[in-house]
Design a protein around this ligand. Structure first.
Ligand SMILES: Nc1ncnc2c1ncn2[C@@H]1O[C@H](COP(=O)(O)OP(=O)(O)OP(=O)(O)O)[C@@H](O)[C@H]1O
Ligand SMILES: [Mg+2]
Length: 499
């Protein structure tokens, strides 16, 4: 079979004429081991292929046997789509990504949280270069990689996902009732890989959704500059995610305990009634065997649906040195979070404005990082420290076998709504972040608005006492600009983390 790039006049023809009719067969894939239009949360992949028919596939486990193929319109410049491809590969832990508009073919390989170009050729050269392409992403080549690098992966994948495959799995519209997978079907598929029933794709859809839903993602919100909106971001983003149906846990790792206060857990006016002193994040970090997250977390009704919050306490300050000297203290939060991984979809961690032990613990436990910033000079200069801090944390994460932090970006926060500022200064300030500091800037913007301060200052009378009764801005004024900005931020975060 031959291929002529000039026959591809639009994206659909790139898919059918180049990928389905030419590339996939040449690379050794048959219709039962490649899958078209696969959705993981907000991510839609054009093609995903497997070297082996291993079911189920867990996308958050390193899966070197998979390759994504993205088709683009022949007039599209591939450069514009590389960032997205990078996000797909890193968030889905897939090793290779091929992208083509028929005029050009490129293959990228994921290396930790980045991607590298490993192959490139013009459309008319595909036939002469097909062996090179085969060597990288051909079905047999990937099998070799899998066998060398990942012998144990297959078993762990199956164990991880199989128990979750119950009839409660939500079905996508194209799934019929008969397509619901069960354990027997899965084991049959494993044993007879080449005789898979034709409707495998439907099962995969379900399996992917199950796997995605059960992958708890941990996001730290950090900047070493104070007062830039970290706490405001944590609590209102938590509310927005909760309203989108996510099960959210917030952890306050700042001894100022502002998140604890902002989520309404400080229900006392007199320190003698302090019910947080006996059970807070400090106890979680101090004790290897006791104080699980489930025991310490409290329900917060500061938003609807309610979320869980692990409170902080001023006592954290006096124990910092002691905790820092304990061998296990950096690991304990990771371990205790692993115990609740089926209970939450997203964990948000608020951090202190410093480079201290607690900030380090937060970043070590986190998968992702959001850096709120007012984009003013002092906050910008602080980014140099933040970068350095991330580097050190990643050094430690590597030692303990954890993936490096993925920075979701600098989040413009407390930004003036002055029209001239928004029109002229804000774009310049945004540009500075990637150019001067080499960091991504998030698309969402949280503007400085009275509603955000007001909702945090709500009170109620209990007897003759005025008690703080803060609520999220989304519950305070659901139609306000602020509420919409946090909804937008939640959407951006979910897309970036593949939820
Ligand atoms: N977008 C906003 N609009 C109006 N006020 C805001 C906004 N963001 C934060 N604030 C106010 O600014 C102050 C500092 O915000 P916040 O506590 O969220 O910052 P922080 O970075 O967590 O501070 P710290 O470093 O002390 O922990 C608070 O009083 C908060 O109500
Ligand atoms: Mg704060």
């Amino acid at each position: 079979m031959t291929f002529n790039p000039n026959n591809c006049r639009n994206e659909s023809e790139v898919e059918t004429k180049l990928i389905v009719s030419y590339l996939l067969p040449k690379l050794g894939y048959t219709p039962d081991n490649w899958h078209q239009e696969i959705a993981f949360g907000n991510i839609r992949l054009d093609f995903l292929s497997f070297a082996t028919q291993v079911l189920p596939i867990v996308i958050d486990t390193d899966s070197p046997m998979s390759v994504i193929i993205e088709a683009k319109h022949p007039r599209e410049n591939l450069d514009r789509h590389i960032r997205k491809l990078k996000r797909y590969l890193t968030s889905l832990s897939i090793r290779y990504g091929m992208i083509t508009n028929a005029k050009e073919v490129r293959i990228y390989e994921r290396v930790a949280d980045d991607i590298q170009l490993v192959f490139k050729c013009a459309g008319q050269d595909i036939e002469t270069k097909i062996d090179e392409i085969y060597a990288l992403v051909g079905r047999d080549s990937l099998k070799v990689v899998k066998n060398q690098d990942n012998l144990e992966l297959e078993d762990s994948e199956i164990n991880l996902v199989s128990p979750e495959l119950t009839n409660e799995v939500p079905l996508t519209p194209n799934n019929s009732a008969t397509a619901e997978p069960n354990h027997n079907q899965i084991s049959e598929l494993e044993n007879t890989p080449e005789t898979v029933p034709v409707n495998t794709e439907v099962k995969l859809d379900i399996i992917f959704q199950t796997a995605t839903q059960n992958t708890m993602k941990i996001i730290a919100v950090y900047h070493n500059k104070g007062g830039v909106g970290k706490t405001t971001t944590v609590v209102n983003l938590a509310a927005a995610l909760s309203k989108q149906g996510k099960r959210v846990l917030v952890i306050d790792l700042d001894s100022q305990a502002n998140t604890t206060f902002a989520t309404g857990l400080v229900k006392f006016d007199d320190e003698e009634q302090d019910d947080l002193k006996q059970s807070n994040i400090l106890h979680i970090l101090q004790s290897e065997d006791f104080y699980t997250i489930s025991e310490v977390a409290r329900k917060s009704n500061f938003c609807t649906p309610a979320i869980d919050v692990v409170p902080s306490h001023i006592d954290l300050m006096q124990y910092e040195t002691e905790l820092n000297s304990l061998d296990y203290s950096r690991m304990i939060l990771i371990q205790k979070l692993a115990e609740v991984q089926d209970k939450y979809d997203i964990v948000l961690i608020d951090t202190p404005p410093s480079l201290n032990f607690y900030a380090r613990v937060a970043l070590i436990a986190a998968d992702y990082l959001i850096i709120p910033s007012d984009l003013k000079p002092f906050a910008n200069q602080g980014l140099i420290n933040v970068k350095d801090f991330i580097k050190k944390v990643n050094g430690f994460k590597k030692q303990i076998g954890k993936n490096p932090l993925q920075v979701l970006g600098v989040l413009p926060s407390k930004i003036s709504t002055n029209t001239k500022f928004v029109q002229y200064s804000l774009p310049r300030r945004r540009d500075i972040i990637p150019k001067r500091y080499g960091m991504e800037i998030m698309e969402s913007v949280i503007y400085e608005r009275d509603d955000l301060a007001k909702c945090a200052e709500q009170t109620q009378m209990v007897g003759d006492m005025e008690i703080a009764d803060p609520i999220s801005v989304l519950d305070f004024k659901p139609d306000s600009y602020s509420a919409q900005e946090f909804e937008e931020l939640a959407r951006e975060v979910l897309e970036k983390i593949g939820k």
